[in-house]
Ligand binder design. Structure first.
Ligand code: C2O
Ligand code: CU
Length: 469
């Protein structure tokens, strides 16, 4: 097992490190840009530690791509790695050929080769990009970045900040702990790390100013860690989930829950006193709560006396409305340690759990363990028809299940109407939980439906949903 180091130990060497959280936006109107995936070095843990060898798109996170809703984006991706790669645009409803899934929507980009992605995202919101080849390792080594599609008329805020949140497993020398795809990670919670980062670094403080209104775009890019941020002394308003606008609400206990792959847009009025400090806690795992970062107020006089009196509601995206005659699609997730799955179908044969584990597999969707991304579809949907996707987690572990190319609306949990029905592209299911979501199958092609705990994805928790042409 990798060496276990605590955050405190790292923190001893990093006191005073302060975030420059404003990433320079890369793209302007109708953007065209180049990304190159390649080995690189960054300082993650602070100047008392050596730099960490990573794989990146130039930096970690990669350049923040920003376009306006309705604008076209062209990205030329070059592969400077020694293994194939692709780029998937997580959460975007785009043409199938641009989805970045190897052997399903494109041939993988070979080392030294490149591929041009070209699309116009229909929805405004907070999205992200990452490889879809050997995702556990490629994302785990630092290949990811934010993709922001701005509303034509965004709500008025003083600063719009993106927090790309990761969880690294590093050794005491700050190198990435090997191997990826450790058997324990595949069969349990995935690759949990020991160094939480904000925009690529273990950060002590984020400087804020009294009276300002922030829009915070949270993106959980961790391989496996679920995060639940609590902003002490503040009452964030959630305005979007997975990029899709919601009726603004203040979450219970000010706690924002994000599984891997998921995003939340928050509006936060900085109502603390100049010079004051407020912790942001991640207590997703109650017994392992830790301080993610501290909001440090500058000594400047408040920007304004009272919170900004401006609406925070985001304009709706052009999502298709599901109809009442929706057909039900039943999905059962099974496998993993302590899960009781005895056997499953693998490469067309019924295989016992021991043999599966020997093959590095541990998870099944409707009894099928995926051995590659290209596979027979789990469902074939009729284009334009409405469906209710009912997903039951019959395992002892949580799963953030992500569907490509569509947004779905979460309408029920465990048979009860959802407290707040909302659109999403990733649904987080606790053990034994059932989540129902409705969608219109309006985007033709073969789309992945998989767990975003990347070790579960690798260990078979992957399927394809086909939408007929
Ligand atoms: Cu963010 Cu199929 O993934
Ligand atoms: Cu999972």
């Amino acid at each position: 097992m990798p060496i276990n180091i605590t955050r405190r130990r790292f923190l001893a060497g990093t006191a005073g490190l302060t975030a420059s959280t404003a990433l320079p936006p890369m793209a302007a109107a109708g953007a065209s840009l180049r990304l190159r995936a390649a080995p690189g070095k960054i300082n993650i843990v602070g100047s008392d530690y050596p730099d960490t060898e990573v794989w990146s798109y130039g930096d970690v996170p990669g350049p923040e791509i920003r376009i306006k809703q309705g604008e076209r984006l062209k990205v030329d991706v070059a592969n400077g790695l020694e293994q194939p790669t692709t780029v998937h645009w997580h959460g975007l409803r785009l043409a199938n050929a641009m989805d970045g899934v190897p052997d399903v929507t494109q041939a993988p980009i070979a080392p030294g080769a490149s591929f041009t992605y070209d699309f116009t995202p229909p929805d405004a919101g907070t999205f992200w990009y990452h490889p879809h080849v050997r995702s556990a390792e490629q994302i785990g080594r630092g290949l990811y970045g934010a993709l922001i599609v701005e509303e034509r008329e965004p709500p008025k805020v003083d600063r719009d900040l993106t927090w790309v949140m990761d969880d690294w497993r590093l050794t005491k020398q700050a190198t990435i702990a090997e191997p990826f795809g450790h058997m324990h990670d595949l069969t349990h919670a995935g690759r949990m790390g020991n160094v939480p980062t904000l925009n690529g670094a273990l950060i002590e403080t984020v400087t804020v100013r009294a009276g300002e209104r922030l829009r915070l775009r949270l993106i959980n890019v961790a391989n496996a860690r679920i995060m639940a941020l609590r902003f002490k002394g503040h009452a964030p308003t959630v305005v979007a989930l997975d990029g899709q606008p919601v009726e603004p609400f203040s979450p219970e206990d000010g706690r924002v829950l994000l599984g891997p792959g998921m995003r939340a847009d928050l509006v936060v009025d900085m109502q603390g006193d100049p010079g004051s400090r407020h912790e942001v806690i991640d207590d997703a795992y109650a017994r392992n709560a830790y301080r993610f970062v501290t909001l440090a107020y500058s000594d400047e006089a408040p920007l304004r006396a009272n919170p900004l009196d401006a609406p925070v509601v985001l304009p709706a995206n052009p999502l298709p409305t599901p109809m009442a005659d929706a057909e039900r699609l039943e999905v059962v997730l099974a496998g993993g340690a302590m899960g009781g799955m005895r056997e499953a179908s693998f490469k067309g044969e019924t295989v016992g759990i021991r043999e599966l584990v020997r093959a590095g597999k541990a998870w099944a969707i409707n009894g099928v363990v995926a051995h590659q991304t290209a596979m027979p579809p789990l469902f074939t949907l009729k284009r334009g028809r409405s469906y209710v996707l009912s997903v039951r987690n019959d395992s002892a572990w949580p799963h953030p299940m992500h569907l490509h190319g569509h947004a779905f609306r979460i309408i029920r949990r465990n048979g009860q109407p959802a407290e707040r029905p909302h659109w999403a592209d990733t649904m987080l299911l606790a053990p034994e939980e059932t989540v129902e979501a409705e969608l219109v199958a309006d985007n033709p092609g073969d789309w992945l439906f998989h767990c975003h705990v990347l070790e579960h994805h690798q260990a078979g928790m992957n399927s394809l949903v086909r939408v007929s042409p």
